[in-house]
Design a protein around this ligand. Structure first.
Ligand code: FE2
Length: 185
């Protein structure tokens, strides 16, 4: 419920910022915030049923902690925009509570192995970080390779096609004789 409330707060503040922009009415419809990180969210998919209580709580604790750290940083740099800074101040309070709550629950559910669960969750985050980096590098590589193919390999084939066309007889040529109806060829 808290996260849903945060989403409403972000959306409301975003609308205010958008409305305050010049020509917001024309350009607002075309503004796509996800263009900053297209397709990246798929890695954050969480299959709750596939997680055990302690792994889920460890994951949530680390996610809340990361969110709290990030929001604290956003609040710090938003000195020039008090309204948005206020949104982050409010949300940060909730995130700090979520962070402590999930940690307390993790310790309750898994009093002896909560450290291990946290390390596993950290490794999972590291793995996802690696995947993000690898897909970003793959994206750059495919752009370079496909561009090189387009400009270097494709012209070669165009030259071959031209040479082959030159070898063909010019003008009208008599059609080959019809195949006999009694043959399968
Ligand atoms: Fe949260």
């Amino acid at each position: 419920m808290d996260e849903l409330r945060h989403a409403h707060m972000f959306r409301a503040r975003g609308r205010e910022i958008l409305a305050a922009l010049p020509q917001a009415a024309d350009e607002g419809a075309a503004f796509q915030a996800h263009a900053f990180a297209p397709g990246e969210r798929g890695l954050d998919d969480l299959v709750v049923e596939a997680e055990s209580d302690d792994s889920l709580l460890a994951f949530l604790h680390l996610s809340e902690k990361a969110a709290a750290q990030r929001f604290a940083m956003y609040r710090e740099v938003l000195g020039f925009d008090e309204a948005t800074q206020g949104v982050f101040t409010q949300i940060l309070r909730d995130e700090a509570f979520h962070m402590n709550y999930t940690y307390a629950q993790l310790r309750r559910v898994s009093p002896k192995k909560h450290g291990l669960a946290l390390w596993w969750a950290r490794l999972g985050r590291l793995w996802k970080g690696y995947l993000r980096l690898a897909s970003a590098i793959a994206n750059v590589m495919s752009t370079v390779i496909l561009t090189a193919q387009y400009f270097l390999v494709l012209p070669l084939f165009a030259l071959f096609a031209k040479a082959a066309a030159r070898r063909l007889p010019r003008g009208w040529t008599p059609a080959r004789s019809a195949s006999p109806l009694g043959s399968q060829y």
